[in-house]
Design a protein around this ligand. Structure first.
Ligand SMILES: CC(=O)SCCNC(=O)CCNC(=O)[C@H](O)C(C)(C)COP(=O)(O)OP(=O)(O)OC[C@H]1O[C@@H](n2cnc3c(N)ncnc32)[C@H](O)[C@@H]1OP(=O)(O)O
Ligand SMILES: O=CC(=O)O
Ligand SMILES: [Mg+2]
Length: 372
């Protein structure tokens, strides 16, 4: 059966242009807790890139929304300059990955974004983020164009594609978007554009809303008097979409991310939003301001308590049967193959992060198990 992007299974992993690199069979799990956005046309932000390179998993040169229309060319040119001159940025050995967010596919800038960036810095660019993706056809367009440009530039490694989920049609097509190309690296939730496209009545960039709540039912006392207290509980506007995104990504072996949290002055609510996404399966979130990098790095790294518990579960199941199967009691709770698999997700993530973050490695290495 043809894939949504029109390719049969036998052709799925064939390069889309003669001389283009072979597509990857599996998307590598490179740490990407914070995708830090900067506007390359803003001299102050551009100047901060070298010092951010050792502190953040991904630096993303943003060319789309938040870059003024009259700065689009300057942003693109400055990104070329930054990528060429910043050591440790981008490529398979970079200490920070280099991503870019190109302009939307219907904009007057996107063709020049790709035809300028790929020949100039294609060897440094790890991922191209595509905004406002509507369906597999958008990915197919970028896929073919990237293959042609990679072939022309003689690149030996495919540039990956990340789509922003920020239109109602995109959400309806989320599974086919994830499976549209072997280049698909992941998806980010774009709550601001998605809210506008859905005609939601919010005015924020991500996060909750005090009006979106449930109220406790009225209570009556034993003599029938209506109680005064009716607590309310704010609900998560993004739960449904994040859950759909996580399932679609997991099904296709690619990575889901929460996107922007616009209230820079509210680090606590930002942390909550990021943690909800982490718990639901996301691997990272966007950082719009340097202060959000630390929040994402912390929230998207498993805690010491989680890793201690996960290792104890692994050890307890191994102690019992040697092969990790069966069931054991630990702290009054039943643990078996299914909880073991959850624990292994955390243990593997900790190993991946420790490999790039020496401080975290020290912390995880120092965890002692007291059961043996
Ligand atoms: C819905 C969406 O599409 S979200 C994605 C698109 N939006 C973005 O990318 C926004 C990126 N961030 C920004 O534009 C800015 O952070 C703003 C406008 C939110 C706030 O900027 P400022 O008012 O300058 O913040 P603030 O004064 O706290 O900045 C402190 C310093 O950090 C710098 N800085 C701020 N944001 C960033 C950033 N993202 N990257 C690098 N440096 C930054 C500032 O230039 C300033 O530098 P200075 O100390 O040399 O003066
Ligand atoms: O691009 C991000 C968004 O929220 O819109
Ligand atoms: Mg957007």
């Amino acid at each position: 059966m043809p894939s949504p992007a029109g390719r049969s299974a036998k052709d799925f992993f064939r390069p889309l242009a003669v001389g283009a690199p072979e597509p990857l069979r599996e998307i590598p799990a490179r740490p990407s807790r914070a995708i830090h956005f900067f506007d390359p046309s803003n001299p102050k932000m551009a100047a901060k890139v070298p010092q951010l390179t050792g502190t953040v998993d991904v630096l993303l040169g943003n060319l789309e929304d938040a870059v003024r229309a009259d700065n689009k060319v300057a942003a693109r040119e400055s990104l070329v300059q930054i990528a060429s001159s910043t050591s440790g940025l981008g490529g398979p050995d970079g200490s920070a990955q280099l991503w870019t967010r190109i302009n939307s596919l219907d904009s007057p800038w996107v063709l020049d974004d790709l035809t300028r960036l790929i020949p100039a810095i294609g060897d440094k660019l790890d991922v191209v983020m595509v905004p406002k993706v509507q369906g597999a056809e958008d990915i197919a367009y970028v896929d073919r164009l990237l293959a042609q440009l990679e072939a022309k530039a003689g690149l030996d490694r495919p540039i990956l594609v990340h789509a922003i989920l920020e239109t109602a049609r995109g959400v309806a097509n989320v599974e086919e978007i994830c499976g549209a190309s072997p280049r698909m690296q992941g998806l980010s939730l774009g709550p601001a554009d998605l809210a506008a496209d859905r005609r939601m009545k919010t005015t924020r960039v991500g996060g909750g809303h005090p009006g979106y709540l449930v109220r406790q039912d009225p209570t009556t006392t034993s003599d029938g008097v209506l109680g005064q207290e009716r607590p309310t509980y704010q609900q998560d506007l993004w739960h449904y979409t994040i859950a759909r995104m996580v399932d679609a990504c997991a099904m296709h072996g690619i990575y889901p991310y929460y996107g922007p949290f616009g209230d820079i002055s509210d680090p606590l609510a930002c942390e909550d939003q990021f943690r909800n996404a982490f718990l639901l399966g996301c691997v990272g979130a966007w950082s719009l301001h340097p202060s959000q990098i630390e929040i994402a790095n912390r929230v998207f790294s498993p805690s010491v308590e989680d890793i201690r518990h996960a290792r104890r579960v692994v050890a307890a199941l191994n102690r019992q049967g040697g092969d990790g199967t069966g069931a054991v009691m630990l702290d009054g709770k039943m643990e078996d193959d299914a909880s073991l698999k959850q624990c292994l997700v955390l243990v593997e993530l900790a190993e991946q992060l420790a490999a790039v973050d020496p401080k975290l490695k020290e912390i995880y290495d120092a965890i002692e198990l007291t059961d043996e």
